[in-house]
Design a protein around this ligand. Structure first.
Ligand SMILES: [Zn+2]
Length: 60
């Protein structure tokens, strides 16, 4: 696995990044709203998980 910011090999303590600098850079990207990860898909996934949990709760 390589750092998504600069492509260097990932360091265990900063996974998935290679350094705190790249982790900070990634966080800054998030805060700027310019990150390219599809956040809507992540929300859908969380919603699906919540629905599954509430369903299993009502079954009991
Ligand atoms: Zn890096």
């Amino acid at each position: 696995m390589s750092c998504p910011i600069c492509g260097e090999p990932t360091l265990q303590s900063y996974r998935p990044f290679c350094s705190k600098r790249c982790a900070d850079l990634d966080l800054a990207k998030w805060l700027n709203g310019s990150y390219s990860v599809p956040s809507e898909d992540q929300e859908d996934l969380e919603n699906a998980l919540e629905q599954q949990e509430s369903q299993s709760l009502t079954e009991h």
